[in-house]
Design a binder for this molecule. Structure first.
Ligand code: NAP
Ligand code: MG
Length: 402
């Protein structure tokens, strides 16, 4: 059989610990036998980041900007304990943070759904994708604890003109917080959301609290509206999808009553909270995919989970591990399908879909890693396997369709 050809390289970002082990298994068993894989490889494993003083992460982000599509393995974000464990000369920044900053992108998270695992919300039938604006607001706020006295908000423009508003005249001690966001960042967020909705042919919902926050949240609402009207309305109508704005509390009620199948764009804090609620209700972190989309249409695909450190330490001791590779496999299929679409390679797109179907079939047959076996509905018979057996079973199913 001829392997499927590629034209433009995928940017491949390797990572750490258990997911690094899975990365190699996935490539060897599920990709390389079928695809004449072209990648530009960047090792973002912590030892290489240390060796290059993190230059490798910046180079990988630049390559993502240049070629447009990347697939990334989970990586360690160093903390104090990791600095000791890996003998680091510096507490290197989160690679995801570096890449997100370089691409100015928005992260979209969607669950992989299978029949035998029912969401906690029983009417949810299709994935709900959360788009979180990962910039500013309470995450970049300035806070004070204050005694009695007057709090004011002061803004000085470039000509030195002051605008001053009383926040509160405190008759007792209290707390204060100042938040900000930038039009440029909100615009990027809006473009990424509209683009991704068109890409995936799903409705886009956006929610804020603009009735209460008449300038701050109102700005988000107006920028989305303006960009929709000027740049996307026609394309949305042609694609048969809808842009829909509503208040955050109304959105929460509608989401619970819905059957899924749309993108829910959220401000930074709302997205932080709602993505954990939605992903938990759908089942497992190991089944959550994640893609970073830049406003000018660059993509970085990954799993939403981390490097699964606890399993890695067991693996190092020679113990058998049953780590779920689904989200990492779907990072590969997402990236290959996007590369195929951009380069007009229908065979590559079709391979990615076949690999996804082979994964779903394996799970539907009851063959799964341990994290999932506890979640399946009663009456479904299950065979718990280790990571390598699971990937081999997918290989067999895939081969049968090629
Ligand atoms: P984690 O790697 O997501 O794992 C947390 C726990 O969730 C695991 O111990 C495991 O539970 C379960 N789990 C997650 N993914 C799984 C999978 N594929 N299959 C089976 N079980 C899975 O989070 P963490 O332990 O907090 O973080 C570990 C490292 O990952 C940290 O150094 C962190 O910096 C990094 N991290 C990276 C990214 C990224 O690169 N995108 C994201 C998050 C965290 P049990 O142990 O109970 O089986
Ligand atoms: Mg959170």
């Amino acid at each position: 059989m001829d392997k499927i050809k590629m034209t433009t390289p995928l940017v491949e970002m390797d990572g750490d610990e258990m997911t690094r082990i899975l990365w190699k298994m996935i490539k060897d068993e599920l990709i390389l036998p079928f695809v004449d894989l072209k990648t530009e490889y960047y090792d973002l494993g912590l030892p290489e980041r240390e060796k290059t003083k993190d230059a490798v992460t910046h180079a990988a982000a630049e390559a993502n900007k240049k070629y447009g599509v990347a697939v990334k393995c989970a990586t360690i974000t160093p903390n104090k304990q990791r600095v000791e464990e890996y003998n680091l000369t510096e507490m290197w920044k989160s690679p995801n943070g570096t890449i997100r900053a370089a691409l100015d992108g928005t992260v979209f998270r969607a669950p992989i759904i299978i029949d035998s695992i029912k969401p906690v919300v029983k009417n949810w039938k299709k994935p709900i994708t959360i788009a979180r604006h990962a910039y500013g607001d309470v995450y970049k706020a300035t806070e004070l604890r204050v005694p009695e006295g007057k709090a004011e908000l002061v803004f000085t423009d470039r000509d030195g003109n002051e605008t001053r508003e009383t926040v509160y005249d405190f008759e007792c001690g209290g707390v204060l917080q100042a938040q900000y966001n930038k039009d440029s960042s909100i615009r990027s967020f809006a473009h990424s959301c509209f683009k991704y909705a068109l890409d995936t042919k799903q409705d886009l919902w956006f929610s804020t609290k603009d009735t209460i926050s008449k300038k701050y949240d109102q700005t988000f609402k107006l920028i989305f509206e303006e960009i929709y009207e000027s740049d996307y309305k026609k394309a949305f109508e042609e694609a048969g999808i809808e842009y829909f704005y509503t208040l955050i509390d109304d959105a929460v009620a509608r989401v619970i009553r819905s059957e899924g199948g749309y993108i829910w764009a959220c401000k930074n804090y709302d997205g932080d909270v709602m993505s954990d609620m939605v992903s938990t209700a759908f089942g497992s972190l190991a089944m959550m995919t994640s893609v970073l989309v830049s406003p000018d249409g660059k993509y970085e695909y990954e799993a939403a989970h981390g490097t699964v450190t606890r399993h890695y330490y067991r693996y190092l001791k020679g113990e058998e591990t049953s780590t779920n590779p689904m989200a990492t496999i779907f990072a590969w299929t997402g990236a290959l399908a996007k590369r195929g679409e951009l380069d007009n390679l229908p065979e590559l797109v079709s391979f990615a879909k076949k690999l996804e179907s082979a994964c779903i079939k394996t799970l539907d047959d009851g063959i799964m890693t341990k994290d999932l076996s506890g979640l399946v509905s009663e009456g479904v018979s299950v065979k718990s396997v280790n990571s390598s057996e699971f990937i081999k079973a997918i290989h067999t199913n895939l081969e049968a369709t090629i």
